[in-house]
Design a protein around this ligand. Structure first.
Ligand code: 3BY
Ligand code: FES
Ligand code: FE
Length: 403
């Protein structure tokens, strides 16, 4: 990867505008984005409930890098590079499950859930197991949500985690269960997928179904304006002790916002999708508590369910979008919720967004592409995303030299 060439691309960035073409098309930008962005940012892996007991594991890809998260025998959640300390094989295939130990499929080196090497056959008397444990990945669990960072010097997370703990507390995320997970392959650079996911300029025409419940006209950072109904909602949430004021930091935003009039969930008909609520304050009429973490995710918590969106690059023009739907752990499928109904709105929305991002990519490949201006009103979060991207990139180039 030629950092000098990457630097030249970032020099072309015009403030308030979309990125220079090469950052969406250049094959080098994939390796660069992995190293400078995905290797240096806090990323949301999911919720703690995905690791319900000692021995639970969750194996996932962070772009091209495999990571394994475990719950060890003490109940602590840990994260490791999913790369065997023998000859580097991936130890656990992507997915989740339970295992008493982690056994590499290649030569059977066996690791404890805390990452220490438990057994390695025929390695000789001078072999030191203690020096061959799995390499740890930084991890923070906040109010039931799991964040990992592959950097050895992760960025500060305290401001974000303090706020998220406060805003997420009423949603009892530790009492959730994963009801469904999907992965959508999109033939577009991950930044186009994210920019699209950070604005609702396209929503009223691009997502007619979502628009029924989601306030797609909202501007800035989930600021619903001075509308009397919205102000009454905010007062009500304050009175109930449910934090609602939008808060944000360099790479994150959190807010609770009112859904459309008469709607209590982000769903096809505005009604709850699960009868067993995760938060029963105000009879489950509490809007949506949304948080987003750059570079890759947003989460919506309504009273009845949680939806997580995460985009990961897998190549210069290929992105995997993972959707996860959670409900209360005691909700019974077929009784309290119906999976098809639960996933239908965001599945439709994600498919619509896939078309938009792929179409965007084709146009961006054109020799006629020039970076264009974002709407300061309707695309503020998309602009914040590209600004975050450029900040991180410049930091990386400054500390790693231009080659
Ligand atoms: O970031 C979000 O919450 C949403 C989901 C729909 C459009 N996007 C702005
Ligand atoms: Fe894992 Fe050989 S690579 S045991
Ligand atoms: Fe969209």
């Amino acid at each position: 990867m030629d950092l000098g060439r990457m630097d030249a691309l970032f020099q072309q960035r015009r403030e308030g505008h979309t990125l220079p073409q090469g950052l969406y098309t250049d094959p080098d930008s994939f390796d660069f984005d992995m190293a400078a962005i995905f290797g240096q940012s806090w990323l949301m892996a999911g919720l703690e409930c995905e690791l319900p007991k000692a021995g639970s594991y969750l194996s996932m890809m962070v772009g091209k890098w495999p990571v394994i998260i475990t719950r060890d025998r003490q109940g602590d959640i840990r994260a490791f590079h999913n790369s065997c300390r023998h000859r580097g094989s991936m130890i656990c295939a992507v997915g989740s499950g339970t295992a008493p130990k982690l056994v590499c499929p290649y030569h059977r080196w066996t690791y404890d859930l805390d990452g220490s090497l438990f057994a390695a056959n025929r390695m000789g008397d001078d072999f030191d197991k203690a020096e061959h444990g799995l390499k740890p990945v930084a991890i923070e669990c906040v109010a039931g949500a799991i964040f990992i960072c592959l950097s050895e010097t992760p960025p500060p997370i305290d401001d974000f985690s303090a706020k998220l703990a406060e805003y997420a507390a009423p949603h009892n995320l530790k009492d959730a269960k994963l009801a469904y997970e999907s992965v959508l392959v999109e033939n577009a650079n991950w930044k186009l997928v994210m920019e699209n996911g950070r604005e609702c300029y396209h929503c009223s025409t691009g997502h007619p179904e979502l628009s029924k419940t989601f306030p797609v006209g909202m501007s800035k950072h989930f600021d619903s304006g001075e509308d009397a109904r919205v102000m009454a909602f905010e007062e009500k949430m304050d009175a109930l002790g449910l934090p609602q004021t939008p808060v944000e930091g360099h790479y994150w935003q959190i807010a609770r916002f009112a859904l459309n009039d008469g709607c209590v969930s982000i769903s096809g008909d505005g009604k709850h999708l699960s009868k067993k609520l995760m938060c029963d304050a105000n009879e489950g009429d509490i809007g949506s508590m949304r948080w987003a973490v750059d570079p890759h995710c947003f989460v919506h918590c309504t009273a009845d369910h949680v939806f997580m969106f995460s985009a990961m690059p897998v190549g210069p023009n290929e992105t995997h979008v993972t959707g996860k739907w959670y409900v209360h752990k005691d909700a019974v499928e077929g009784v309290d919720y119906d999976v098809e109904k639960l996933i239908s709105l965001w599945t439709m929305t994600n498919l619509e967004d896939k078309m938009l991002a792929e179409n965007n990519q084709v146009g961006v490949n054109s020799p006629g592409y020039t970076p264009g201006p974002y709407s300061q009103e309707a695309e503020m979060l998309a602009l914040r995303f590209t600004d975050y991207y450029c900040d991180k990139a410049r930091d990386y180039i400054a500390t790693h030299g231009k080659g």
